[in-house]
Design a protein around this ligand. Structure first.
Ligand code: ADP
Length: 447
């Protein structure tokens, strides 16, 4: 059993992990950059260690400093949160080489799923349905053009190492292929150090549906249904919900079982998310994330489980605390991502919080590292809070979201809260009848 866990992250997700540790009687160690000396995760953890200067490459991505912090504090395990080092196979290997435990999957699973071509091949072999496209990497423009004709336009060119919505370019017609192919390659190279790309059919009206899976590393795995994350801006999620308003119980059970069986077969350990596009009743795999996701609380709300606690348990070698039959859906949950950004361009808006008041009441959860007087540093991403609401059904969750957004006060910086007030007025949002392109169109005409 672990006595002490180090959290290699910051912000709300660091708080999320500290809270789970505290409930389990485990000591927590925060790490922080010099810019984060006054951050909430530093205040809330049992111990805190400075690991470097503000740029994340020198602090939150500084593997040597993080390992040293474990040695200094006697932490036996590392929780990576999401982002930063959470999907870095080399980091996992180094942790193991130091006889520490990584709270997450194996280096091998991260490596396989981190390369989108290998991930797709693996999933295909495990019986998971995939988006039609090139068979692996596309070496040159001539092959790209030939494949474009074969699958039929529009197509999307994706960097195999891509992530966070970067390294993807759409070619509407053959005439766009050259620039899309070259740009996706260049973005792959400059952002991820890998210029390999592949091609997929570009789906024009899909929803983004992702299945939460969880494994014990010993061949047992379950699914915790889906999340619908179709409201996206620049391929980035802004509003997520569970269950998905367009998914039937039969579809959930079938795709859920396919996913749970697939990860059971590879002895997957911990939390994972298998992402699909869903169009005309069909699921098409796009990628797997081998970590806890930003939007995991909506799943926790409807199933009444603590996914971080489960991650820690299986990392200790314990069994999962639930079986598939224990997992039943209760009500409906919605999360909105509150970013310190100025509309209409979503320009990052760091600065000092002059007043912060979190909403409360029945069915409301606010995961945020803000406090009165806190200064949001300009060095990291702009997510400052997640508001999660839970109701008996979707209309109740929507009404609760509206009410909770009205209670929330974040003064001193601009935030994305006005976007959610406006979205809640929209018929498509009230009906849950949108696809992944809806928000982009809405933003063009409404902001
Ligand atoms: P990333 O790793 O950068 O998040 P993903 O492969 O998960 O990239 O795709 C992110 C988003 O991009 C999807 O949720 C969807 O909105 C869009 N997308 C990806 N592949 C396709 C496709 N084949 N057709 C249409 N949209 C796609």
């Amino acid at each position: 059993m672990f006595d002490k866990i180090l959290i290699a992250n910051r912000g709300e997700i660091a708080l999320r992990v500290i809270r789970a540790c505290r409930e389990m009687g485990i000591q927590s160690v925060a790490v922080h950059s010099t810019a984060d000396a006054d951050a909430m995760h530093v205040r809330m953890a049992d111990e805190a260690i400075c690991i470097g200067p503000p740029p994340s490459t020198e602090s939150y991505l500084n593997v040597a400093s993080i390992i040293a912090a474990c040695e200094v504090t006697g932490a036996q395990a590392i929780h990576p949160g999401y982002g930063f080092l959470s999907e870095n196979a080399n980091f996992v290997q180094i942790i193991q080489d130091h006889d520490l435990t990584f709270i997450g999957p194996t280096a091998e699973h991260i490596r396989v799923m981190g390369d989108k071509i290998t991930a797709k091949d693996t999933m295909k072999a495990l019986g998971v349905p995939c988006v039609p496209g090139s068979d692996g990497g596309v070496p040159d423009l001539a092959s790209a053009k030939r494949i474009g004709e074969e699958i039929g336009y529009p197509v999307i060119i994706k960097a195999t190492a891509g992530g966070g919505g970067r390294g993807m370019k759409v070619a509407q017609t053959a005439a766009d292929m050259e620039s899309a192919f070259m740009t996706a390659r260049a973005e792959g190279k400059s952002n991820f150090g890998n210029d390999e790309v592949y091609i997929e059919k570009y789906l024009t009206t899909p929803r983004h549906i992702e299945i939460q899976v969880f494994g014990d590393g010993k061949g047992n795995a379950v699914h915790l249904g889906e999340r619908d994350c179709s409201l996206q801006r620049r391929h980035q999620k802004v509003f997520e919900e569970a269950p998905g308003p367009a998914i039937s119980a039969e579809e959930r059970a079938a795709i859920g079982k396919t996913c749970a069986d697939a990860v059971a077969k590879i002895d997957y350990i911990g939390a994972g998310t298998i992402e699909f596009l869903y169009e005309n009743g069909e699921f098409y795999f796009i990628e797997m994330n081998t970590r806890l996701q930003v939007e995991h609380p909506v799943t926790e709300a409807i199933f009444g489980v603590d996914l971080v606690r489960e991650q820690i348990r299986v990392a200790e070698g314990l069994p999962m605390s639930f079986t598939q039959d224990d997992l039943t859906i209760n009500g409906h949950a919605i999360e909105v991502r509150i970013n310190a950004e100025r509309l209409p361009n979503f320009a990052p808006c760091p600065g000092r919080i002059t007043q912060y008041h979190a909403p409360g009441g029945l069915g409301v959860r606010m995961d945020s590292a803000l406090y009165d007087g806190y200064s949001i540093p300009p060095f990291y991403d702009s997510l400052i809070g997640k508001l999660i609401v839970h109701g008996r059904d979707r209309p109740e969750a929507l009404a609760r979201l509206n009410r909770a957004l009205g209670e929330l006060i974040v003064d001193g910086v601009d935030t994305t809260v006005p976007l959610f007030h406006a979205l809640l007025e929209e018929e498509a949002v009230q009906a849950g009848s949108y696809n992944i392109h809806w928000l982009e169109h809405w933003l063009e005409t409404n902001l």
